[in-house]
Design a protein around this ligand. Structure first.
Ligand code: AMP
Ligand code: ZN
Length: 113
């Protein structure tokens, strides 16, 4: 399957990895929208949050736990940050491999566009 984030998880294409465990990889977004913009993905290919199964519940918890720890390491914990996942067309998803954006280092607007 031709999936850019599977290729990153398998180290077939380069990325700037900031965290990795047996199930999760996190790397810098190639087009950062904030001073800190990191993507956290499952190594396993899941298209989006809409397609998670019950067996993925612990994996989802692991991703959010990683996000909180990475935020701490990146020094954005005190000022705050945002974790978001886009789902499908209306959600603005452009890469069909589940990923959570960790955004910080500037003030975020609400509601998102
Ligand atoms: P989304 O629009 O939520 O699907 O987000 C996809 C994100 O992946 C965008 O912020 C892109 O900048 C980012 N992206 C796409 N290709 C790469 C890549 N090869 N390495 C790092 N980030 C990427
Ligand atoms: Zn994939």
């Amino acid at each position: 399957m031709d999936c850019v984030f599977c290729s990153i998880a398998e180290k077939k294409i380069p990325s700037s990895i900031v965290y990795e465990d047996d199930q999760v990889v996190a790397f810098h977004d190639i087009h950062p929208e904030a001073p800190v913009h990191i993507l956290i993905i499952p190594k396993k290919h899941i298209q989006s949050l809409a397609l998670i199964a019950e067996e993925n519940k612990e994996l989802m918890a692991g991703i959010l736990y990683a996000a909180a720890n990475i935020a701490k390491e990146q020094g954005i914990e005190e000022n705050g940050y945002r974790v978001v996942t886009n789902i499908g067309n209306d959600g603005g998803q452009t890469v069909g491999h589940l990923h959570f954006h960790l955004l910080g280092g500037r003030s975020m607007k609400w509601p998102p566009g």
